[in-house]
Design a protein around this ligand. Sequence first.
Ligand code: GYE
Length: 304
Amino acid sequence: ATSSLLAFVSPAAAKTLTVGFAQTGAESAWRTANTDSMKNEAEKRGIILKFSDGQGKQENQIRAVRSFITQRVDAIVIAPLVETGWEPVLREAKRAKIPVIITDRTVQVSDESLFVCFIGSDFYTEGKMAADWLAKAVNGTGNIVELQGTPGSAPANERRKAFADGLAAYPGLKIIDSQSGDFRRSGGKEVMEALLKKHGKAIQIVYAHNDDMALGAIQAIEEAGLKPGQDILIVSIDAIKEAVAAVAAGKLAVTVECNPLFGPKVYDTVAKVLAGETVPKVSYNKDELFDSTNAAAALPSRQY
Ligand code: GYE
C-alpha cells in the first residue's frame, strides 16, 4: 500500500508555485478589481498567492517584500505606491535570486536589472488622451481644476505631466488649481468642496486622475446645487463600470480606460521567467476611451 501511494509523489510532478504580491492598498474601485484579478487567476491556476495589502503605506509594502524574501517565494510582484525608494529592497530580492515583476505603477531605479519587467498601462498616453479629447470638446477654452492622485505615484506624475503637455497648444485652457484627493472618492469630494468654495463659478472643467475622485467631485458639485455635465464638465481616467454609467447618464463627460485585469498576463510572465525565457522589459495594456458616443453600448460588457 505504501509503495502505491508513493507512486503519486512523482519527482516529475509540477511544483506548486508560490507568488508574493505587495499591493498598494484598497483606495479605489480600480484597485479592488486589480486585487480580484490577481487573486482569482492565482486560484484558477493553483498558484499559492501570498497577498499583502499595503494600506497606502510604502513602508508596509517594503516590509511585505522582505517577508516574501524570507519565505523564499518563487516570484515577487509589486504594485509600487510611489516611484522612488525601492532600490534597497529590490537589491535584497536580487541577492536572494527571486525575480521581481513590477506591475501597475513604474519605479525609478538607477539599475534597471533590479526588476525583470513592468506590466501595466501607459499613464502618459492616458493623460494625453484626456487632454486631446477635452481640447476638442470645449474648443480650446475653459478654466480647469485638477484632482491629482497620490503624490509621488507614477499615475499622478504621468497623468499630470501629459495633461499639461497636451494643453500647451491651447492657451485658452487654463489649470486654475490642482490638489491631491489621493485617488479616493472621499478625497475627490472633500477637495472639490474646498475648490468650489474657493473659486465658485469660475470652475468650468474638472480633470480627475481617476474615476473615484471624479465620482466624489460629482457628489460635491450636486450638493452645491450645480449640474455635473452641464455647469461643470468632468474628465477622468480608469473607466470603472460606475464611471461608464455616469458617462451614459450625462454626468461625466469622458473616462479614459486603464485596464486593471492583468492577473493572467502577470502569471503568464512569472511562468516564462521561471522557465528561463526572456520577456519584454515593458508591456503596456491597451486602453480605449468612453464618451457619450459609446458609453451606453459598452456598459453591459464592462468587466470592472
Ligand atoms: O488609476 C487609480 C488607482 O495605479 C493605475 O491607482 C492605478 C491607479 C488607478 O487607485 O484608480
